[in-house]
Design a protein. Structure first.
Length: 366
C-alpha cells in the first residue's frame, strides 16, 4: 500500500465534490482523519455517510491541525477564504481548491501564500447533480484532475499532491492556469451556455416548438443535460472566466453563422463536409474519458417493456460470469421497450455475450 503524506485533511465544503473526496480518501486511506467545514445540516449528512470524521462550522478551527486543506466551495467563497486560511493554517500546510476557474484563484492565492504551498486544482468529474447526497467515492476514478501549478510552487509539493490524488484513482494533468481557463471555456463552460441557449430557443423563443416540448427527446435531451446544473454555481464561473468564455462564444457564433450562410445558398456538400470533419474529430476524443482505462467493446440490445426483462438480461450474462462494464439506456418507448447500450471488456467477451443474449431471445442491434 502506498504511503499517504497527509494524515489530517480538512475539506471546506462537503457537497458533491467535497463529499466525494472525503468518501474516496476514507476508502483508500481509512486511517486519515478528515474534518469537514460547512453548514450544520450538510455536516450532519456528511458524518452519517462517513465522508468526514469531525465537523466544524468555523474555518479557523477546522484547519488548525490540517496537513492538507481542500477548498470545495463556489469560486466566490474560495476567494474569500484564502486570507482566513493563510492566517490559521500551520506552516507547511498544503492548500488546494477544486474551482472551475484557475487564473484568478492562483493570482489571489499568491498574495496570501508567498511560499507556494497553494496549488490550484480542478477535478473534471462533476455531474449535474449536487449535494452530499449525490457524493460517491468513485467519482474521481480515472477522471481527469487538473493541477495548475505556478513557478512559486515547489516541484516536490506538486508531486506529493499529484501522487495523493492519483492514489484516489484520478488521472492528474498539469496545466498552467491560463491554459486551463482557455481549455475549460471551450470544453466545459461553453457547452453549459449552449445547453441553456437550446432550452431557451425551443422552450421560449421558437413560437411553435415551445408548445410541443414533449417532442424534445433523444439528442435534444442529451445535448441539454447540463442545463439541469445549479445556476448559483455558474454565476461565479461565468464571471471569473468571462474573457475566455467570450472568446469561445465568438468562435461558436462564427461557426453557426457559417452554417446559416451555407443553408441560405443551399450548399449541402460544404455543410455535410462540416459533419464529416466533426465526426472525425470527435472519434479522437478518448473513450477513456468516461472512466475506463481503455476503449470498451459495445453493442445495443432491445429490451421489451415487460416486468423483469432487464433482470433477465443481466442474469443471463451473470450466469456465464460476464461482467457488464458500462450500461446506458439510449431510447425508450412506453409499451414497447428500450434500447440499451452495453459495454464489455473486449470484443471476445462481447461476442460471447451476444450469443448468450440471442439464445435468451433478446434482439441485438448494431
Amino acid at each position: 500500500m502506498a504511503t499517504n503524506p497527509f494524515k489530517r485533511i480538512t475539506i471546506i465544503g462537503v457537497g458533491l465534490i467535497g463529499g466525494s473526496l472525503g468518501l474516496a480518501i476514507k476508502k483508500r486511506f481509512p486511517s486519515v482523519r478528515i474534518v469537514g467545514v460547512d453548514r450544520k445540516g450538510v455536516l450532519r449528512s456528511a458524518l452519517e455517510r462517513g465522508a468526514i470524521d469531525a465537523a466544524r462550522t468555523d474555518i479557523a478551527r477546522g484547519v488548525r491541525d490540517a496537513d492538507l486543506v481542500i477548498l470545495a466551495t463556489p469560486l466566490s467563497v474560495i476567494l474569500k477564504s484564502l486570507p482566513i486560511l493563510a492566517r490559521h493554517c500551520k506552516p507547511g500546510t498544503v492548500v488546494s481548491d477544486v474551482g472551475s476557474v484557475k487564473l484568478e484563484v492562483v493570482h489571489r492565492a499568491a498574495k496570501y501564500f508567498p511560499h507556494g504551498n497553494f496549488v490550484g486544482g480542478h477535478p473534471m468529474a462533476g455531474v449535474e447533480l449536487s449535494g452530499i447526497e449525490a457524493a460517491h467515492p468513485l467519482l474521481f476514478e480515472n477522471a481527469i484532475y487538473v493541477l495548475a501549478p505556478t513557478q512559486s510552487n515547489p516541484r516536490a509539493l506538486v508531486r506529493r499532491l499529484g501522487n495523493f490524488l492519483g492514489e484516489l484513482g484520478a488521472r492528474v494533468v498539469l496545466l498552467d492556469p491560463q491554459t486551463h481557463d482557455a481549455v475549460a471555456s471551450a470544453v466545459s463552460h461553453l457547452p453549459q451556455l449552449i445547453a441553456v441557449a437550446l432550452i431557451h430557443v425551443a422552450g421560449r423563443r421558437h413560437r411553435i416548438a415551445r408548445k410541443h416540448l414533449r417532442l424534445a427527446a433523444g439528442g435534444f435531451r442529451d445535448l441539454t443535460r447540463v442545463a439541469s446544473s445549479r445556476p448559483e454555481i455558474w454565476k461565479d464561473i461565468l464571471s471569473g472566466n468571462r474573457e475566455e468564455i467570450r472568446r469561445s462564444l465568438r468562435l461558436l457564433i462564427r461557426e453557426l453563422d457559417l452554417y446559416s450562410r451555407l443553408l441560405k445558398v443551399n450548399s449541402s456538400p460544404r455543410l455535410i463536409s462540416q459533419f464529416t470533419q466533426a465526426r472525425r474529430m470527435r472519434s479522437r476524443i478518448p473513450k477513456t474519458m468516461k472512466g475506463f482505462l481503455h476503449p470498451l467493446a459495445e453493442m445495443y440490445v432491445f429490451v421489451k417493456d415487460k416486468p423483469g426483462m432487464l433482470a433477465r438480461m443481466a442474469a443471463a450474462l451473470a450466469k456465464e460470469k460476464i461482467n457488464i462494464k458500462d450500461i446506458e439506456l439510449m431510447k425508450v418507448r412506453e409499451g414497447s421497450g428500450g434500447t440499451f447500450r452495453l459495454a464489455f471488456e473486449s470484443t471476445q467477451i462481447l461476442r460471447h455475450a451476444e450469443r448468450i443474449l440471442k439464445r435468451a431471445g433478446f434482439e441485438i442491434g448494431v
